[in-house]
Design a protein around this ligand. Structure first.
Ligand code: NAD
Length: 479
């Protein structure tokens, strides 16, 4: 049986290791985090991913998956370690390749003739050619003839990783047609999707383009959202109807872009081609600016310097996962804490139980006596909240739904004003209720000034009848 060593047992490495282990390979999984090794050895998993616990248990109990902090001799080495970016004030972020370099250094003493090294970590274009191959060749092994090297990016979505590991098409970029076929044979043990063969830099760029496309598309949606707000029209309706065009697929606005991929990967292109990657950079900047827009909406609603409790719902960067990496919620919390100390923040996320920087509360304690609630993550638990129960806990009746996931009419019936980003339409029907300042007293000059500046304060417009076409004013005769 062929031996596969998977280096890095996180969101990508662990599902991958367990798939190989349950499809005919002897897998040695490696992680430098001793807690992860201990957890896995005890038959538990350290990440939230539907179905994964069962597969890992099966793999470990069959003894086809062993877990350790050090790699061992193998026929294939797969590297699935993080590739975050270095934040540098005022400069373009650059890929932090130290984890990849560290992983490579740990396997270098074990690589022998005939072995295959596969990089799965998302990396800047040219990484295989300029980093991986030179490291191996320093060992006096000739890449191509002695040792195979391939870049095989992962495109699974957290929350559906196992399903997508099997079903998605894949790209393999290898140093020669022989090693491309070898890599394809390996993955074909569990991949039902098609596997396309190419060279490493093409595969690296494909991976980056996929996430860049999504980032640029989301930036477009966020920009249009701001414009629609100024037009006092509903961006959600504009996008929904534009997407009825057979060749249009505009993504949705939100509180920003997070996660380990979409908010990071485009920088890997910008870093290498700063003069050319103008649109890519601007999209990153637009999306990184949305948390500030959300903060401003909260401030406009509450009033600067006012004492108020704000219930923040969601820390994860996307719905139904526990991953908080690069989450816009973190940036929003950070800005609120730093710049608006009069606000008391109560934070709840049903998928995230611990956080080192601030306490996470129960759902009841979060809503209790809150003046305003803000939905920051599109978790199903939030979609299914009972507004009547929430109203028995909250003091205020204002919800800012940054993902537009709440059933607004149900919330309106419970007495709430639900606002979402990009909905400037001051409709009086229950679909389109709007944020109103919590402290709307005319005596408060600062608050009044802020509400005047705010794009979300109601403006006069003909109300639509409940059965008129959403977004269009009712006809003069009221029909
Ligand atoms: N998470 C995703 O949805 C996703 C999707 C596609 C691609 N990717 C890419 O896959 C790569 C891995 O991402 P992830 O989400 O699995 O990261 P992760 O942080 O969940 O897991 C990486 C693991 O590698 C371990 N590690 C770091 N250095 C190591 C070393 N030298 N030896 C052994 N273990 C080491 C860490 O302890 C960690 O457990 C990244 O490049 C990411 O961009 C991730």
């Amino acid at each position: 049986m062929k031996k596969v060593c998977v280096v890095g047992l996180g969101y990508i490495g662990l599902p991958t290791a367990s798939m190989f282990a349950t499809h005919g390979y002897l897998v040695h999984g490696v992680d430098i985090n001793p807690l992860i090794v201990k957890t896995l050895r005890e038959g538990n998993i350290h990440i939230e991913e539907p179905g994964l616990a069962t597969v890992v248990k099966a793999a470990i109990s069959s003894k086809n998956l062993t877990v350790d902090s050090k790699p061992s001799e193998s026929d294939v080495f797969i590297i699935a370690v993080p590739t975050p970016y270095n934040h540098r004030a005022g400069a373009i972020p650059t890929a932090d390749m130290s984890y990849v370099t560290g992983a490579m250094e740990s396997i270098l003493p074990l690589i022998k003739k005939g072995d295959l090294v596969i990089l799965e970590s998302t990396s800047p274009p040219g990484t295989t050619r300029d980093l991986i191959i030179p490291m191996i060749e320093k060992k006096n092994l000739k890449v191509g003839s002695d040792v195979g090297v391939a870049y095989c990016p992962e495109r699974v979505i957290p929350g559906q990783a196992l399903k997508e590991l099997i079903g998605n098409d894949r790209v393999v970029g290898a140093v020669s047609p022989f090693w491309a076929e070898e890599t394809k044979r390996l993955y074909k043990s569990f991949v039902a999707g098609e596997i396309f063969l190419t060279e490493p830099t093409v595969a690296e760029m494909i991976k980056l383009l996929e996430n860049t496309y999504r980032d640029v598309n989301i930036a477009l949606a966020n920009e249009v959202s701001r414009i629609c707000e100024k037009l006092h029209i509903d961006v959600w309706e504009v996008i929904r109807m534009a997407n009825r065009h057979p060749r249009v697929n505009v993504h949705t606005p939100g509180p920003g872009v997070g996660g380990h991929c979409i908010s990071v990967d485009p920088w890997f292109i910008v870093e290498k081609f700063p003069a050319d990657a103008k649109l890519i950079r601007m999209a990153r900047e637009i999306n990184d600016g949305v948390p500030q827009v959300v903060v401003q909406k909260i401030v406009d609603t509450i009033g600067k310097g006012k004492k108020a409790k704000i219930a923040l719902l969601g820390l994860a960067y996307k719905g139904n996962v526990d991953d908080i990496r690069e989450s816009p919620a973190l940036s929003i919390i950070d800005q609120l804490k730093k710049n608006h100390p009069s606000f008391e923040l109560a934070i709840f996320d049903p998928h995230v139980t611990k956080n080192k920087d601030f306490p996470l509360l129960s759902v009841e304690d979060t809503f209790k006596e809150a003046d305003m609630a803000v939905v920051l993550t599109a978790h199903d638990e939030f979609k299914n909240l009972d507004p009547t129960k929430v109203s028995s806990l909250m003091k205020g009746r204002i919800v800012l739904d940054t993902h537009n996931i709440l059933k607004r009419d149900t919330w309106a019936q419970a007495g709430f004003h639900v606002a979402c980003l990009g909905n400037g339409a001051p409709r009086t029907d229950v679909r389109g209720t709007h944020l109103r300042p919590v402290f709307a007293s005319g005596s408060d000059a600062a608050s009044a000034e802020l509400s005047e500046k705010s794009d979300i304060s109601p403006k006069p417009r003909t109300p639509s009848s409940p059965d008129s076409y959403p977004g269009f004013p009712a006809k003069a005769d009221g029909s």
